[in-house]
Ligand binder design. Structure first.
Ligand SMILES: NC(=O)c1ccc[n+]([C@@H]2O[C@H](COP(=O)([O-])OP(=O)(O)OC[C@H]3O[C@@H](n4cnc5c(N)ncnc54)[C@H](O)[C@@H]3O)[C@@H](O)[C@H]2O)c1
Length: 446
């Protein structure tokens, strides 16, 4: 991201600063990239009828050198835009016969990373938003990853996706997030050797505060935000706190991968295919305190406990296996889960844009204010929800919570409150200190 690359490394001062970032100073070079690209993108008179430009470093340099607001003909060997995205074509005839939807604007941060490398191709193919939904992809990277972003754009180009109408790349969230309807915040700093969890919270807190401010300033007023970068619950809380003009309800942190993992384990134990598992809730933090809920889960419509009939396994092994699945995968493969995370991001989006099947629900970590379970307010906590398919959701009220479940929910709640104390001391009482005593490794964290 621009402010990181500009040498504004996160300070080691109190994590409280995470809540009060200022708009980054953009270096002339960064300003040049972003604005030259937008000029090329927006001055074209046939914008809606063009497969859009990819902002490339060389292309934008040349565009500025030439001081030319317009793009020249493709046949004449244009150099002021990126490869195939320079080609102008007229859709008028096709549009008369097809009723395509309005293009959906989707931003991804960490677009040159491993998860995005899987996700982008699902999004561009129509697998997530549907086969009749044209899409514009806005890719946000850091200055270090800018060249890699160009490589990503080249791969998108070579994939010839008919639904992919615009691709733009940038390092300034205020540019990249303009008018976006979905913001998938994947990019985050991984924990380095010897880094304390509190340091990780601090560094990522600053990134997500910055991105929250940018969304607040320039995104669609009904933007849906899905935070994936870890620690995702607290990052989502920071992000929504920095976007006071956007509905807090629109912010999610991804726990869908955990839900999918839990479904897989129940299916394995019950000896059924995983499409038989429904009503699977993950409660709490996307960490090893998460609570996969076997009490309310169903297998072929029956309570999971009635089918599995092994409470010891459910209470001990099942819970631990799901909580530690990410870590075990890293041990086996030497890298964190990227493909299955990308699949689960697609699942999470589809759960909001298609009606939830009758009687079922899905898990997402959302803002707790007004929750019906008695979970502490003002944190982002994974809970069960249902959607009518309009991008919104309601929390489920027909769940049973027993003592076992409640004890574990409270443990995860305590962990999230501790994380909040570290990043937002001004939201806490005077005697509440930033103390993270237990180091719960995050699934997917190295
Ligand atoms: N919630 C979940 O279920 C879940 C699952 C797996 C991984 N994760 C998390 O997702 C994140 C990304 O994972 P990955 O495997 O794609 O990592 P990765 O290291 O392959 O990619 C991250 C990318 O983000 C970029 N980046 C860093 N800071 C940025 C910023 N401020 N703005 C824009 N881009 C930035 C980096 O340059 C890099 O290209 C990690 O934090 C990981 O822990 C979450």
């Amino acid at each position: 991201m621009a402010f990181m690359a500009a040498g504004a490394a996160p300070s080691s001062s109190s994590a409280a600063s995470a809540l009060m970032p200022t708009r980054p100073e953009t270096s002339p070079l960064q300003f040049f990239h972003a604005h030259a690209a937008r000029r090329a993108l927006f001055r074209s008179p046939s914008r809606t009828r063009r497969s859009q430009l990819v902002c490339s470093l060389d292309a934008t340099k040349q565009a500025v050198q030439e001081q030319s607001p317009t793009v020249k003909g493709a046949a004449a060997g244009r150099t002021d835009c990126f490869g195939v995205f320079c080609t102008t074509y007229d859709l008028r005839e096709e549009e008369e016969t097809k009723s395509w939807k309005k293009v959906v604007n989707v931003a991804l941060s960490g677009a040159a990373g491993m998860i995005s490398n899987h996700l982008l191709f699902k999004l561009a193919s129509g697998e997530v938003f549907g086969p009749d939904q044209p899409i514009a992809l806005r890719l946000l990277g850091s200055e270090r990853s800018f060249q890699a972003l160009e490589g990503v754009a080249m791969e998108l180009e070579d994939s010839l996706y008919p639904l992919l109408r615009e691709v733009s790349i940038g390092i300034d969230p205020y540019e990249v997030f303009e008018d976006v309807e979905w913001a998938l915040l994947i990019g985050a700093k991984p924990r380095g050797p010897g880094m304390e969890r509190a340091d990780l919270l601090n560094i990522n807190g600053q990134i997500f505060a910055q991105q929250g401010k940018a969304l607040n300033a320039v995104a669609s007023r009904n933007v849906k935000v899905l935070v994936v970068g870890n620690p995702c619950n607290t990052n989502a809380l920071i992000c929504l706190k920095n976007a006071p003009d956007l509905p807090p309800k629109n912010f999610h942190a991804l726990t869908r991968l955990d839900e999918n993992r839990a479904k897989c384990q129940l299916a394995l134990k019950a000896g059924v295919f995983y499409d038989m598992i429904s009503n699977m809730t993950i409660w709490g933090n996307h960490s090893t305190t998460q609570v996969p809920d076997f009490l309310n889960a169903r297998i072929d419509g029956k309570p999971a406990r009635q089918v599995i009939r092994d409470d010891k396994w459910l209470m001990e092994e099942f819970t631990k296996t799901v909580q530690k699945r990410g870590g075990v995968l890293i041990q086996k493969w030497g890298r964190s889960s990227a493909a299955s995370t990308a699949v689960s991001i697609g699942d999470a989006i589809r759960s909001l844009i298609t009606p939830t099947p009758e009687g079922d629900w899905f898990s997402s970590a959302v803002y707790t204010n007004g929750n019906p379970y008695g979970i502490a307010e003002d944190i982002v906590f994974s809970m069960p929800g249902r959607s009518k398919g309009d991008g919104d959701y309601e929390l489920v009220t027909d769940v049973v919570i027993d003592g076992f479940l409640w004890d574990r929910i409270k443990k995860s709640e305590a962990e999230l409150l501790a994380e909040k104390r570290c990043v937002m001391p001004e939201c806490m009482q005077d005697d509440e200190l930033c103390e993270i005593t237990e180091d719960t490794m995050l699934p997917g964290e190295k």
